[in-house]
Design a protein around this ligand. Structure first.
Ligand code: SF4
Length: 303
């Protein structure tokens, strides 16, 4: 049994592929998550709700109790061989980071990618962790065999802010180096700027620095999304704001106390800002339509 400060519980699952029906993930047909819960513990994480299905606390337990789906590779192999399977794209990491620390020991994500490659099944994956470099060759071969897209999630280049919001995640500088190395290795890699946090990561200067850094490292902006609140994230985020940014709490309470979305006027201003910045930095690389590998229930804003 792998162990660090987090409690890992090994479980056996009956299915690996989840057919997506929730509007939360619009655009994703099949998802796969090798773990449940996430040691990265981002304060804005929308996936905290997945712990409530297990009677675990989405605030306290999400990053301290992580379930490991130890038989996932065997189950996936069996599911992909079914006659009814149509080789549709599988989105990996919709509710957990597939390269969070226990992956170094369990190698479930690596096994999943190998199976998808051998079965010539297209896939996409999103992560914040530098461990993804370990599997660069595997991803490049999966891309050649069936098509693969990788998203590195990065919401700011401010190291202190990132550490405060994403306490157990490699720094922005480390993630930018990953983008650079993966692009050189022939892995199709884009950056997901999601979520953009109102009042925290959304200023013109912050977004300009971020997008400039992405292109300076050979990357490309894949998509961005404004923060959307889910009920089981509210307590974690509001407590954090009360401690770290008390002056922002009234605005967040007013906007996200009951509702989920930022105001339309805010979304419009942000869209104009992102378009302006992107046009100035990389007009020759218009972002593709938002690819919903991430919490797609968060509103995707095409540039
Ligand atoms: S890395 Fe992703 S899944 Fe993990 S806590 Fe952060 S936002 Fe949630």
């Amino acid at each position: 049994m792998y162990s660090d400060r987090t409690r890992y519980i090994e479980i056996d699952v009956k299915s690996a592929l989840n057919k997506v029906t929730s509007a939360r993930y619009s655009g994703i047909r099949w998802s796969l998550n090798p773990y449940r819960g996430c040691k990265h513990g981002c304060i804005y994480c929308y996936a905290r709700y997945t712990h409530t299905f297990l009677a675990l606390d989405p605030d306290r337990d999400f990053s301290s109790v992580v379930l490991v789906k130890r038989n996932l590779p065997q189950v996936l192999r069996w599911e992909l061989r079914k006659k009814s399977w149509r080789r549709e794209k599988v989105s990996i990491g919709t509710a957990t980071d597939p390269y969070q620390p226990p992956e170094g020991h369990y190698r479930l994500t690596q096994a999943v990618l190998r199976i998808l490659r051998d079965q010539r099944n297209p896939a996409s994956l999103i992560t914040k962790n530098t461990m993804v470099l370990r599997d660069a060759d595997l991803m490049a071969s999966l891309h050649r065999a069936a098509g693969f897209s990788l998203y590195i999630s990065l919401i700011t280049v401010d190291e202190a802010l990132a550490r405060a919001m994403e306490p157990d995640v490699p720094s922005p500088a480390q993630r930018l180096r990953v983008v650079q190395e993966l692009a050189r290795a022939g892995v199709p890699v884009k950056v997901a700027v999601a979520p953009i946090m109102p009042g925290l990561t959304d200023s013109e200067a912050q977004l300009r620095d971020l997008i400039q850094a992405i292109y300076d490292h050979g990357g490309q902006l894949g998509f961005y999304q404004t923060f959307k609140m889910y009920a089981d994230t509210r307590k974690t985020l509001f407590n954090w704001l009360a401690r770290e940014y008390p002056y922002l709490l009234p605005w967040y309470r007013r906007v996200y106390g009951q509702g989920n979305h930022a105001p339309r006027a805010y979304e419009r201003r942000l869209a104009a800002r992102m378009a302006r910045i992107h046009e100035a930095i990389a007009p020759e690389h218009p972002p593709s339509p938002p690819e919903p590998v991430a919490p797609a229930g968060q509103l995707s804003l095409g540039l």
